[in-house]
Structures are given as structure tokens and as C-alpha cells.
Ligand binder design. Structure first.
Ligand SMILES: *Cc1c(COP(=O)(O)O)cnc(C)c1O
Length: 368
């Protein structure tokens, strides 16, 4: 049997090795404090991440889904309200709406950028609509300036889901600085990933930040100060220590992803059977995922797998075609097409040029 080249979709060990020295020191120090929750590292992380983004407030949370939920909760989203959210996304951006007691209303995504289609948002606004969640899918920034104007005009909250868009920009401004509040995830595979679950909310509104901080800690800011009911969604000290070791590398890692994307673009631009990612105007895409589209998606995926190349599908079902949402009746042509055509190629900072060339050569061979 031929020697199989193995190109994994993602290699977290390569990144770990590159930061190991600093990381080990930070973890050792965090362990020595025995402050496994609410340790100094958590506050340091909040200051550090707020500083990178240039936002006034960052509240660390247990994960990115909780971050979204806490924003809805703090804004008073509740039964009888509607929140508009993209039909094609990870489930978090829909399930948190149901969890808040409100009703998720899906809008289709744009056929070029795969982010929420502002025209479909407009058509879904009712007197019950309270908020719009924009998801910066795959690292590409949604049509955020126009959404900001729309939400202002229609008196709606704009919430950004930045789980896949750490340091993506629009007009030179970071994703996460346009809405009333934004949620980040630090799930291990994200562009900035912890060694377990972690997330945060960022907002320029200090009052909202304090409310979210309270809600995330059983309704208390200080011990026994339970003014309201909340939940337990804190980032633990060890995760904060990991993120502190990684934050200084994030820009460089994103740059490497962008270089890899450019190589994919250059080597694949002649293959007319595939659609390459679209970078929205005036934005920087941080390529959390490099997603191509092709009508022969499943055959190509199998072919690449035989060639030792691991690919994934984000996502095999549009949200509106998942069991919890199937009763929703509207027509979502773009989302329904994407679920059949999208394929995510390997992309991570430590990926080599040779590996990318091999992936591209294999794709070209498939279409020959
Ligand atoms: C990862 C992700 C989330 C949720 O983050 P968790 O930390 O896993 O809860 C939310 N939205 C999107 C688009 C994501 O990709």
C-alpha cells in the first residue's frame, strides 16, 4: 500500500509546542495560587482581551454560547419577543434565543458572504422583534455597518456572534465593536482557543457589562450580594492562563491563516468547478475556516480522504433543517444550497505550504 500523507484538518499539538514554555509557567503559577475560579488570571485575561480589541469592557464567561445567552438575558429578551438570526450557522446563535424564552426568527444568508442577508432581516421584522444576531461566519465579517444602521433606525439591539472572527475587521474596526454587545468563544479549535470551554462578552456599555457579570455569577458581584437570580458561567483560572499565553500570538496566527488562504486562492482559482470564499468588501477575513463550495461535495470529500486529507463540513444541515426548527416554514434557498455544497479545507497557522499545495493538487486531480 502507498505511504499515506496525513494532513489533519487541525493540529493543536503544533500550536501547543510553539507556546509551551510560557504556557507551562503560567499554568504552574495559576495552580500554585489554588484560586481555581476567579483567580487573578481571569481579570488579567479580561483586561488583556479588552485591550487587544480596544473595547471598554470584557466579561469572561464559561463558554461562547453562555456569552450569547447572557447578552440576551441582560437586555431583557424574554417570552413574546422575537430575535432574528441567520438560518445557516452553528446552533448556538439560535438555541440561546429559545433558552431566553423568546422566539428565533430565521433570515437567510447572503449568497456571496454566507452571513445574514440584511434584506431578509428587513422582511422578518415585526412589532415583536427586539434584536438581531449577526454571525461573522468562518471569519468573514457580516454586513455589519448596514445592520448597525438598520437596527438603530428600527430600534433593535444588534448583537454580534464573534466566535469565528477574532480580530476580523470591517473598515479598520474589529468585529465585536459594532453591536451593543458581542460574544466570543474560546473553544479549543477557534482562532483563539483555550484548553477546554471558555468565552467572553465585550461591550462598550459599562452598565450592561456589570449586569452580565452579575448574571454570570449567581446574580452577585461580590460574595452574598445576590440582587437578582443568575447562573454559574465563569471562565476558570486555568483557561484564562492558557488564553493569556496565546493572546500575544493571535495577530501572527491570523496572518498565517491569511497567507494560507492566499495560497489556496492562487492555486485553486483556475478550478471552475469550485467556488472559493468571498471576502466581504472593506473587511479582513481571519479564515477560522476555509470553505469552498462544489456540486460534487461528497465525492470530493471522499477523494481527498483517500488521498490522506481530512476535510469537514460546516455545516451539514442548515439550522432550519434541524429537528428543533423544522416547523419553520419560510423558504431559505441559500442556506438550503450551502448545506449540500460547503466543504472546509484544512487551515491552521502551522500548516505548511507543501501541505496546501498537496491539497490543491489533489483537488485539481479530482476534477481532471
Ligand atoms: C463555537 C461557536 C459558538 C459557541 O461557542 P462555545 O464556546 O462552543 O459555546 C457560537 N457561535 C458560533 C458561530 C460558533 O462557531
Amino acid at each position: 500500500m502507498a505511504n499515506k500523507i496525513q494532513i489533519p484538518f487541525l493540529d493543536l499539538s503544533a500550536q501547543h509546542n510553539s507556546i509551551k514554555t510560557d504556557l507551562d509557567l503560567r499554568i504552574k503559577s495559576a495552580l500554585a495560587s489554588f484560586q481555581f475560579c476567579k483567580g487573578r488570571e481571569v481579570t488579567d485575561f479580561e483586561l488583556s482581551f479588552a485591550n487587544v480589541l480596544g473595547v471598554a469592557n470584557c466579561v469572561a464567561t464559561g463558554n461562547g454560547t453562555d456569552a450569547l445567552f447572557l447578552i440576551l438575558k441582560a437586555l431583557g429578551i424574554s417570552p413574546g419577543h422575537e430575535v432574528i438570526t441567520p438560518a445557516f450557522s452553528w446552533i448556538s446563535s439560535a438555541e440561546v434565543i429559545t433558552l431566553s424564552g423568546a422566539t428565533p426568527i430565521f433570515a437567510d444568508v447572503d449568497r456571496e458572504t454566507y452571513t445574514i442577508d440584511i434584506n431578509d432581516v428587513i422582511s422578518k421584522i415585526t412589532s415583536r422583534t427586539k434584536a438581531v444576531i449577526a454571525v461573522h461566519l468562518y471569519g468573514n465579517v457580516a454586513d455589519i455597518v448596514r445592520l448597525q444602521e438598520l437596527c438603530k433606525k428600527r430600534n433593535l439591539w444588534l448583537i454580534e456572534d464573534c466566535a469565528q472572527a477574532h480580530l476580523s475587521t470591517k473598515g479598520g474596526r474589529y468585529a465585536g465593536t459594532f453591536g451593543v454587545a458581542s460574544a466570543f468563544s474560546f473553544y479549543p479549535t477557534k482562532n483563539l482557543g483555550a484548553y477546554g470551554d471558555a468565552g467572553c462578552v465585550v461591550t462598550s456599555d459599562a452598565t450592561l457589562a456589570e449586569k452580565i457579570r452579575r448574571l454570570a455569577n449567581h446574580g452577585a458581584l461580590n460574595k452574598d450580594d445576590h440582587l437578582i437570580e443568575g447562573l454559574n458561567s465563569r471562565m476558570d483560572t486555568l483557561q484564562a492562563a492558557v488564553l493569556l499565553a496565546k493572546i500575544p500570538c493571535l495577530k501572527e496566527w491570523n496572518k498565517k491563516r491569511q497567507q494560507h488562504a492566499l495560497q489556496y486562492f492562487n492555486e485553486l482559482c483556475q478550478v471552475k468547478e469550485i467556488v472559493l470564499p468571498n471576502v466581504a468588501p472593506d473587511t479582513t477575513h481571519t479564515f477560522h475556516l476555509f470553505v469552498i463550495r462544489t456540486a460534487q461535495r461528497d465525492a470530493l470529500k471522499n477523494y481527498l480522504e483517500d488521498a490522506g486529507i481530512q476535510t469537514l463540513i460546516h455545516y451539514p444541515k442548515a439550522l432550519i433543517n434541524l429537528p428543533p426548527y423544522q416547523k419553520m416554514t419560510s423558504h431559505f434557498p441559500v442556506s438550503s444550497k450551502l448545506e449540500k455544497e460547503v466543504l472546509s479545507l484544512p487551515i491552521y497557522p502551522e500548516l505548511t505550504k507543501e501541505a496546501i499545495s498537496y491539497v490543491c493538487t489533489s483537488i485539481k486531480k479530482f476534477y481532471k
